[in-house]
Write a protein of this length. Structure first.
Length: 455
């Protein structure tokens, strides 16, 4: 097996503090930044603006029921904590409920929903499956293999590590070149947390860690850090930051001490909220991590599978609390799931592969209907599965974006496994559509895909 770019145990959001020192459509016509068959390029496409509309539950249900399936899926991006509609999801491991939550922003003109439907109707299954994959690569330039993963395997996103970044000019060139290969604009992501996890070190130099920011006891410092990171990332062509960390430092020996804002859910929530607000004010998508929480884990999931034996009450009071509070604010677009065994909920499957922890708890109980991205699927915690096997299980569990493949060969294995799962009925086409709708809707909401005038 080929050596992983970060080693079998190191990935996007490298868990342990010791590890964080850097190891490793069918047409040429273009509409709104997306290649669509038989469409003319739009003129003067403008970014989508969110329109907030608060509806009663009864009216929301009527509106939702009146939509076609694809448009309905696009509406699920934003979350409302008060109205739930249940969709049964069955797997060989468990039968749970994935919840479609009526959103606060109802997209009253249905422009996003209609355009997502239009895009989806013109995508092949291979193109849809490609949108689910976030790839990584070795090098600092647009390599032929990276071009292939984007242009011919239809990758939905690219992950950047410190070894991919050397200077501002280099990164701008790389990101622009990658986007030029994409038929649908890419999510270009990195981990920019500060402290030891500072992917922009070669560009901006050292910046404070979450622990140092938390120790100031002033959330405004977190907001300023978010603004700073957002400004830099936006200038460089990076549109997703896999931050802030919302783990609660709640055990004496845990692997990511300097990456956490504090020791109480309230403090973590306050500082993470401020950082997220600052970051997203600059047009960069933030990502809460590491669901369901590494704050009490003495084991690094890059190396082995952590086993967390807390009770459900403790998990809800401590680890889940920041997620619940931040999701209720309505501005959380993405959450990263990590790999650990949460025995109180599922003593068989790692959290990232568990329908109970993803579909039932995160989506149904906490009401999150945005995009969920996995942590690296090649981590040691998942060593019993191949990346392709883990990708299928993670998708069935309720994740949308699959982070892990590092070259065209691995991407093809994941694509083949997902396609086989669809062919066998293990994954339904409707389930694929739902995740792609979430991803496309997010890209539209954030202005990566522009809706043409009149669409």
């Amino acid at each position: 097996m080929k050596t992983l770019p970060t080693g079998r145990g190191r990935s996007s959001s490298e868990s342990s503090d010791a590890a964080d020192m850097e190891t490793p459509f069918s047409s040429s016509q273009e509409a709104a930044g997306v290649h669509i068959p038989h469409r003319r390029p739009p003129q003067g496409a403008a970014p989508v603006r969110r329109k907030k509309l608060v509806l009663s539950l009864a009216l929301a249900a009527v509106v939702l029921a009146s939509l076609p399936l694809g448009a309905r899926g696009a509406f699920l991006l934003l979350q409302d904590q008060h109205a739930h509609t249940t969709i049964p999801v069955s797997t060989s491991h468990a039968t749970v409920d994935a919840t479609a939550v009526v959103p606060k922003s109802m997209d009253p003109d249905r422009r996003i929903a209609r355009f997502v439907d239009q895009l989806l109707s013109q995508m092949s299954l291979q193109e849809e499956l490609g949108q689910l994959i976030v790839v990584s690569f070795l090098g600092t330039t647009l390599t032929p293999d990276l071009q292939n993963m984007i242009a011919h395997q239809y990758a939905g996103g690219v992950m950047l590590y410190g070894y991919n970044i050397t200077s501002s000019t280099q990164l701008k060139t790389l990101d622009a070149g990658a986007q030029a290969q994409a038929r649908i604009p890419l999510l270009i992501a990195t981990d920019q947390e500060g402290g030891l996890v500072n992917r922009l070190l070669s560009i901006i130099g050292p910046v404070p860690s979450a622990l140092q920011v938390g120790n100031t006891n002033d959330p405004e410092n977190a907001r300023k850090r978010g603004i700073q990171d957002g400004q830099e990332l936006q200038k460089l062509g990076v549109n997703v930051d896999l931050a802030p960390v919302v783990d609660v430092h709640s055990a004496p020996q845990t692997v990511i001490i300097t990456r956490m804002f504090g020791t109480t859910p309230q403090k973590v929530e306050t500082f993470a909220s401020a950082y997220l607000d600052g970051l997203q004010s600059q047009g960069v998508i933030g990502t809460l991590k590491h669901w369901p929480g590494l704050g009490a884990s003495p084991v690094d999931p890059h190396d082995a599978l952590p086993v967390i034996t807390r009770s459900k009450q403790e998990l809800n009071d401590i680890d889940f609390a920041p997620y619940r509070a931040l999701i209720s604010q309505g501005n959380v677009n993405m959450i990263m799931s990590t790999h650990e065994l949460i025995t109180a909920y599922d003593d068989q499957m790692p959290s990232s592969l568990s329908p109970i922890l993803i579909n039932q708890v995160l989506r149904h109980d906490l009401g999150f209907q945005g995009v969920i991205i996995t942590d690296g699927l090649y981590m040691g915690a998942l060593a019993r599965w191949t990346i392709a096997q883990a990708a299928v299980l993670a998708f069935i569990a309720g994740n949308d974006l699959l982070l892990g493949p590092w070259d065209s060969n691995e991407v093809q294995k994941v694509l083949n496994a997902l396609e086989a799962a669809v062919a066998s009925g293990q994954i339904t086409k409707a389930r694929v559509d739902l995740s792609v709708e979430r991803i496309l809707a997010l890209k539209i909401e954030e202005g990566l895909i522009k809706i043409p005038p009149g669409a």
